[in-house]
Design a protein around this ligand. Structure first.
Ligand code: DC
Length: 213
């Protein structure tokens, strides 16, 4: 069973994917961490994020055991990840790892930008999670406040708008809803409601086939 969850920055797809994986006893991969780790390693090598060859080298040498690094969660690394993610060679270098992960029995949930379109086009269930940009920014801002980060709501909206634009406009695997993905707009939902809605989608899509649990 493969469940693909795609969506823009701060849409809540990671939280949702983690909850879904826990519910069914599946493994979960936040694929944004791969691009974040590549950006971190490009920095560490003293290279430029725009240097596609340096970024591809970092992607090829990526140590998946380093994905738990708390530093990967910062805004700056998220921004940098969005830059290295536009290099086709970086995406190609990370492809096999994601596809192998997706084949983990009895099932896997992967969240990202191109899971339903490129990484797992044959996923059993595809959900495209989104919410209005102001709502996404508000959620992210509150998260930063809880962590004690010194940032304004206006700055967060601006960063998310820029990231949306970069992720959606790049030539390689842009952020895109797969034609067979179900749209889940969480603008008016809290995480519990979004989780229930996602379970209903999974149940609907898999009914008639082998159930996910
Ligand atoms: O989901 P996130 O914010 O952790 O992702 C960071 C960046 O990584 C995002 O702006 C674009 C890139 N990314 C991607 O291109 N493809 C994915 N499957 C996941 C993330």
């Amino acid at each position: 069973m493969i469940i693909a969850i795609d969506g823009p920055a701060a849409s809540g797809k990671g939280t949702l994917a983690q909850r879904i994986a826990g519910h069914f006893g599946y493994v979960w991969l936040d694929t944004g961490l791969l691009y974040r780790a590549v950006a971190r390693d490009v920095f560490a090598a003293g290279a430029d994020l725009e240097d596609a060859e340096a970024a591809a080298r970092a992607a090829a040498a990526l140590d998946a055991t380093s994905l738990g690094d708390a530093a990967l969660r910062s805004t700056a690394v998220g921004e940098a990840a969005s830059v290295v993610a536009k290099h086709p060679a970086v995406r190609a270098a990370l492809l096999d790892f994601q596809r192998n992960f997706a084949r983990t029995p009895p099932g896997a949930v992967l969240d990202g930008r191109d899971i339903g379109t490129v990484i797992c086009p044959h996923a059993d269930v595809k959900i495209f999670v989104t919410a209005d940009v102001e709502v996404r920014a508000r959620r992210r801002f509150e998260e930063y406040v809880r962590r004690g980060e010194n940032v304004t709501y206006e700055e967060v909206v601006e960063v998310i708008r820029q990231r949306d634009a970069r992720d959606a406009s790049r030539a390689a695997a842009p952020l895109l809803q797969a034609p067979d993905a179900v749209l889940l707009d969480t603008t008016e939902m809290d995480i519990e409601a979004a989780f229930e809605a996602a379970l209903a989608i999974i149940s609907h899509v898999t009914s008639g086939r082998s159930a996910p649990c």
